[in-house]
Write a protein that binds this ligand. Structure first.
Ligand SMILES: Cc1ncc(COP(=O)(O)O)c(C=O)c1O
Length: 371
């Protein structure tokens, strides 16, 4: 059996540290705010090489709060990649702005800066750079566009904790960035959790106020905000897991290497293009095949779990029918039929990845014999 995700295995590997962190938080009752949250915020800011980290309730709230903190004119257009989880676009609309999808690069599956350029209009105010699957976007090109057109860059780092672009951690390459600590993420809590990271002190302060009822101190609310706080138990768990994150990302890279070498040149199997000047954090390893359903069946029969990220490109979702961009992002809107996520995570040993390679090759041989 090769599991797609194994959170129980991970828990057992750090059980004593986690159990102690939970027991300590309960015994000192710092459930909301308090030392566990402050410690995690400092540790995560340091890890991401950023000046500020503001813990919030989840990665979707982090995006909404970050967008609100930028105080863009209402109804601004914000460019979002056509391949992402819906939070990246949902947060734009829910903050009172308009989504404009840009197509993706077919090699990296990430937002294509040349397509972003085509989407720019008089109301464009920001770009959401989603470092999808753990690989950083082409930030130099996005920065060039942003500078030329006075746009803000929001990095959606929900899948890219610890990833690096030209030697710098993602999260401070734009104006503000957001993280999800959903349990299955590379750095995952034991429930929902998220964070905003920035080097801009004023933006960080604004986010902190928005996330905590617009207050600067108890009962002194200088604006209306909302309740989106990181809770103490999640923060304590995240602080423990943060200490293991680099080792886990290294293991993910080791597994990716087995896939990249083992599956290279296989007919009808497109491998992700990994840029040379990045540290990919391999939240997901996504291949492409025109025989997806058949391959899933073959792998399932041999005990190998898979996933699809994402089966329906954002512009094709019913939720975005009103934008009429379905035929406008051909790469994202045709690849969604072919993308397949194969097992990836620190729970895997290279032997597991070798077994996955072996079964994919076996599938291809069977396919060839039928052709
Ligand atoms: C790219 C991306 N952005 C945002 C989010 C939202 O995070 P959360 O589930 O913590 O709200 C996710 C979560 O899956 C994601 O993958």
């Amino acid at each position: 059996m090769v599991k797609f995700l194994d959170l129980h295995h991970q828990y057992l590997s750090i059980k004593s540290e986690i159990d102690k962190a939970i027991a300590d938080t309960i015994s000192n009752t710092s459930f909301i705010g308090g030392s566990a949250v402050t410690e995690f915020e400092h540790a995560f800011a340091a890890y991401q090489q950023a000046a500020h980290c503001v813990g919030v309730a989840n990665g979707t709230d982090a995006l909404e709060i970050a967008i609100e903190a930028l105080a863009l004119p209402s109804g601004s257009e914000i460019i979002v990649p056509a391949n992402s989880f819906i939070s990246s676009s949902e947060a734009v609309t829910r903050s009172g702005h308009r989504v404009v999808f840009a197509d993706i690069d077919p090699g990296t599956y990430l937002i294509d800066p040349s397509d972003v350029k085509r989407r720019l209009g008089p109301n464009t105010r920001a770009i959401i750079a989603v470092h999808l699957y753990g690989q950083p976007c082409d930030m130099d090109s996005l920065r060039e566009l942003a500078n030329a057109h006075s746009l803000a860059i929001i990095e959606d780092c929900a899948q890219a904790h610890g990833a690096e672009y030209k030697g710098r951690r993602v999260g401070t390459l734009g104006d503000i960035s957001t993280f999800s600590f959903y349990p299955g993420k590379n750095l995952g809590a034991y429930g929902d959790a998220g964070a905003i990271v920035t080097n801009d002190t004023q933006l960080a302060l604004r986010c902190r106020m928005i996330a905590n009822h617009g207050r600067v101190e108890k009962y002194n609310h200088i604006m209306e905000g909302r309740n989106s706080r990181l809770d103490g138990l999640q923060a304590a768990i995240l602080s423990v897991k943060l200490r293991h994150l680099d080792k886990w990302i290294d293991r993910r890279n080791e597994i990716a290497q087995v896939y990249l070498e083992g599956l290279a040149g296989l007919p009808d199997t497109h491998l992700p293009f990994v840029q040379t000047d990045v540290r990919h954090s391999f939240h997901l390893f996504v291949i492409r095949t025109p025989y997806r359903a058949e391959l899933i069946k073959h792998l399932t029969e041999h005990g190998i779990e898979t996933g699809i990220h994402y089966p329906i490109a954002l512009p094709k979702l019913k939720a975005y029918e009103y934008l009429g961009q379905r035929d406008d992002c051909p790469n994202a809107c045709t690849m969604d039929d072919q993308v397949l996520s194969i097992p990836m995570g620190e729970h895997l040993q290279p032997e597991h990845a070798e077994a996955v390679v072996m079964y994919i090759k076996q599938f291809n041989e069977q396919l060839l014999s039928l052709k």
